[in-house]
Structure formats: C-alpha cells, structure tokens
Design a protein around this ligand. Structure first.
Ligand code: ZN
Length: 572
C-alpha cells in the first residue's frame, strides 16, 4: 500500500475522485461542504478542530506533505481583513475538508481494492483437458488468493465429469468474494480409447467331424457401451459340409471407434468315405442276348449332399461270362468308396432240361449219396451198385471230356448231375470270386451243350468251409458263395463224411462204417464220397451202405433244386 502513496498523492486523489461512485461516502463528503459550515464554533467544535489539526499534522509528518499550504496562502498579508475568529473557522473548515478527503481516499482505496484489485484466481492445468475413461478424471486443482489470503476453500466447483461416459463436460469454478462473483471454466473431454473385449465361447480351435459346425457363441463387452454382442460382425470362409481348415473372424467397434477382433479356427475332418448303394442286386443274372440296362448306384456321404457315382465296366451280352461293373464315388475330402456288381451272362439257362428232376423220393430220413471228382473208371462200378438197388444218387462232376459216356449214363439212369467245377485246381478257381463262379458256369454250359442238361446244384471243391482258398484269395469264399447263389446256383456241403479222401485207398469196410455211423434219422443225410480214379474201395463200400440204409428205414434220393441245402460255415 505504501507503493501507492509513494506516487504523487494529489494526482492519485484527483484521479480517484473522478471515479468515486455516488454512494453514502459521498453524502458524508457533502456534509463537509464549506458553504454549510460558516457558524461560530462551539467549545466542542473547537476541541474537535484542535483534534483535527493534530491529526493533520500527524498525517503531514507521516507522509511528508503540506496539507495546509493553501492555509498559508490564506494567512498571507494579502488578506488582512480576516479577524481571528474567522480565521479559526476557516482553518477548521479546511481541516474538515482535508480529513474528509483522506477518509474519502480510504474509501476510494477500499473501492480500488474491491473493484480494481481483483483476487488472484486461476485453474491449475489446462482449461481444455482431455482424459481417458480408463484413467478417469483427476482434477488438476485451482487456486484463489487475495492479498496473500487463500480463498481456495471458497471456490465452488459446479458441474461433474462422468468418467464412465465419453463426452464433453464443463466444470465451472465460482469464487464469491466481497460481493462479487468470479468464474473460471474448464472444458473436460472424456475419451474412450479402450477397445471392446470379445470373448469366444468354446475353444479358439475347434476340431469337428460333423457336417455342420455350429458356432458356440461369443460376447462383446465394452467399457463404455456395455454389451455390444449384437454389433459383432462374423466373417468366415466356412462352408457347410466341406472338410478343411476355416477361419472365423469376429470384429466389433464401440461408439468411440475402438475396434477389437478375435479369430477362431475350425478344422473340419471328414474321414468317412461315401457309401455306395447299388440299385437292385449286387449280382444280376442274364442269358446270352438279354437286354441289359445298368440300374446304377447311389452314393451317400456324411458330408457331401451330392456325390457323383462313376460307373466303370459293362457286360457284353453276346459273350457269356461274369462281368464286373464298378461304381465308385469320392467325397470332396477325397474319401473314396466303391461297390461292385457282378453281371452274369450265361450261355444257357441255369435251370433247364432234366437236371432238376433228378431227385428221388424225399422222406424225413433221406440219404443223399454224393460222389465228387468224377467221372472216372470208378464211376461205372458205382452206377452198377446203385442200379442193383434202384437207388438214386448225385454226381458232383468235373470236366468230363475223358468220360462223357459215364455222365450220359448217370443222366439216363435218373441220377442227379451237379457241378463240382470245370476245374479242381484251387489256385485257378479260387483266384477270385469271379473265377470261382466262371468255373461253375463253364461246366453248366457244357452240360447244357452236350446233354441238354441244366443244373443249378453245385459243390465248391473243398466245400464252402475250405481254408485252402485263403492261399489264393483272402475272403474269396465269403464272396463266391453269395455270388453263386445270386447267379441262381444252390450249393451243398455235407453232414456225413465217408473219409474216403483222407488216404488214397481207405478200406471199404472203414468207409462203410464211417457212413453208417454218420447217418441220422429225421434229417437229410448228405454223404460225401468220391468216384475219382483210384477210389475203388468207395465203390466196394457202397453196397453195405445201401443195404444198411434200406434195412433201417432210410430213403435214398438224388439232390434236387428243392432239397434244403446242407452247408458249413464259411472260413475264408
Ligand atoms: Zn473234389
């Protein structure tokens, strides 16, 4: 304050006088108007004047000024007309004016303090502040001070920053002091720079063998927007029913443009080949020259909806034989499968002529004597014994080019001619199911050609239960047996064995007893014997067997197509 008074006080006062508002202080000033004060001073007034004088002197000393300079001029001899009382009045008046002026000065200074000297009031930090949601808003602070006195506590902060919502906020800092109000404003921008969080349900890498993969789901949560799962964009190259490795990408943006992305890998395995189903039977039988139309096949796949079937092979309907038509299919994953159909083109019908009626009387205790591997020189001996007892039997013959007359005789004498096979060579006939069937068909057609005799009865060399075929083709019997049946043949094994093949020349009585011991009542007894060359003891044993049978209530008959087959279990 002393600084102010160091200046030219008069000029300051003069200046301030202009600015003084018309307030009560002014009224007080007017009471000191010299025009209204020309009266005789009372004793009290005299004392007051004395007090004012001393005050004035004090002020003169204090501030080293000449307040009474005008007074000196007034006391100059140029105005000698004034008497002593008038002089005192004038001095008093001047004193009053001076004191009033000083008081006014104080009022003015106060006014200056209040209206011109404003409090120091400022905000710490920036007036425009940007803050991140994740970090929150920290008030940088504010400050107010007036002439060294802190007014910070008096500052009222109006407004609020919602740190959970991005946006623009305004904080008003208001200081009310000495009847005046001061305001500072801070603009706060809350920004969201945190991306949403995408959470995948299930694992990031999914292995599946299903045709259709279903997304186990996902969620997207944002710190500002909350649950924005619905805004997630899913992009995938996944193709239903297709095996492979697929990417599924999930992306989302929050309102502030922060983006997140997640990825899932879907590995679809398809190791299952299609199933090729034939339309109609897997073996189809035709006679030479028949019309053939491929019935086709359908492929069904666990993944692919449409799997094309490629057909390879076709029968030559004018060239007898067994033809294989292959239907193959592959799914998109490359799993392949195929199915085969055997097309049998026979030179002659399977059932025709007299063969089928070769059977004799069938009872519930029938003996079906069967002779394999003929004809040979033994065959006439067998036929002789059969003729003697008028017993019918069955001959499972091989290629008979050496002795066609024995076949003819057997047919003529009412026996059943059946097919053992054109060849008995295991390595040839069991090389494949097809070779096995062709071995039967070849002899079938020869019999038709030579004697007009067609038979559908057959016995596989070694029987259907043989295991020797395994040496040539794994599983051949399992395929050949149904294949032969599909082609119209009825195959027989045996349930009584003479054991005449166990050694080159088994004694006749042993053969006879083997058979007799094997017979049983109440069933068809299919007896295995051989009329191959060298099997003379079999022919020798025959009479005893027939006699026993006839004497013990058995009926002898040849096999026919109506005979219930006796079959072994297939072992290959
Ligand atoms: Zn044989």
């Amino acid at each position: 304050m002393a600084d102010i008074f160091d200046e030219d006080l008069d000029s300051i006062i003069e200046e301030l006088m202009k600015d003084i508002p018309d307030e009560e202080d002014c009224a007080e000033y007017e009471t000191a108007d010299p025009d209204a004060a020309i009266v005789m001073p009372t004793p009290e007034e005299a004392a007051e004047t004395a007090a004012l004088e001393s005050t004035l002197e004090m002020l003169e000393d204090e501030y080293d000024i000449e307040i009474g300079s005008d007074d000196d001029t007034a006391q100059s001899p140029s105005d000698p007309t004034d008497d002593g009382g008038e002089k005192a009045e004038k001095k008093k008046t001047r004193l009053i004016v001076t004191v009033s002026t000083l008081l006014t000065l104080l009022v003015v200074l106060t006014a200056v303090a209040v209206f011109v000297i404003k409090p120091v009031f400022r905000l710490e930090g920036h007036d425009n502040t940007v803050c991140d949601m994740s970090k929150g808003y920290n008030e940088p602070g504010y400050f107010a001070n007036y002439l060294g006195i802190s007014l910070t506590d008096k500052i009222e902060v109006i407004g609020k920053v919602d740190e959970t919502k991005p946006g623009n906020y305004e904080l008003r800092y208001v200081l009310r002091f000495l009847g005046r109000e001061y305001e500072r404003v801070r603009k706060v921008t809350v920004k969201d720079t945190t991306p949403p969080v995408i959470t995948l349900v299930g694992s990031r890498t999914v292995d599946t063998r299903d045709r259709v993969w279903t997304d186990p789901g996902f969620t997207a949560i944002d710190n500002a927007d909350g649950d924005i799962t619905g805004k997630v964009e899913v992009v995938s190259d996944y193709e239903e029913g297709t095996a492979g490795v697929f990417k599924v990408t999930y992306s989302v943006s929050d309102e502030s443009g922060n983006t997140s992305e997640e990825e899932r890998t879907v590995i679809v395995y398809d190791n299952t080949p299609p199933v090729v189903d034939l339309i109609r039977a897997s073996v189809m039988y035709f006679n030479i020259g028949d019309y053939y139309s491929d019935p086709g096949a359908i492929a069904k796949d666990n993944f692919d909806l449409n799997v094309p079937v490629v057909t390879e092979g076709a029968p030559d309907m004018w060239n007898p034989g067994v033809y294989t038509v292959t239907y193959s299919a592959a799914d998109k994953a490359g799993n392949a499968a195929s199915a085969e159909r055997q097309i049998i083109v026979a030179a002659k019908p399977v059932v025709e002529g007299r063969g089928i009626v070769g059977g004799g009387v069938v009872s519930d205790s029938t003996v079906y004597l069967t002779f394999d591997d003929g004809p040979s020189s033994v065959t006439p001996k067998v036929l002789d014994v059969l003729k003697k007892y008028d017993v019918k039997a069955t001959f499972f013959i091989l290629n008979y080019d050496a002795h066609p007359e024995y076949v003819k005789r057997a047919i003529d004498e009412g026996h059943t001619i059946a097919i053992h096979g054109y060849s008995h060579e295991y390595s040839e006939i069991y090389a494949s199911p097809k070779a096995g069937l062709e071995n039967i068909m070849k002899l079938h057609d020869k019999l038709v050609d030579d004697f007009g005799y067609a038979t559908n009865l057959t016995r596989f060399p070694g029987g259907s239960s043989n295991t020797i075929s395994k040496n040539y083709c794994e599983g051949v019997m399992s395929k050949l047996c149904p294949l032969a049946e599909s082609a119209g043949y009825s195959y027989f094994d045996w349930n009584v064995s003479s054991e005449d093949a166990t050694e080159s020349s088994l004694a006749a009585d042993v053969i006879a007893s083997n058979v007799i011991n094997g017979l049983a009542k109440g069933r068809g007894n299919v007896v295995l014997m051989h009329d191959a060359a060298g099997k003379d003891t079999t022919a020798d044993a025959l009479e005893a067997i027939i006699k026993y049978g006839l004497e013990n209530g058995y009926t002898f008959a040849g096999l026919s197509s109506d005979t219930k087959p006796v079959r072994h279990n297939i072992n290959n």
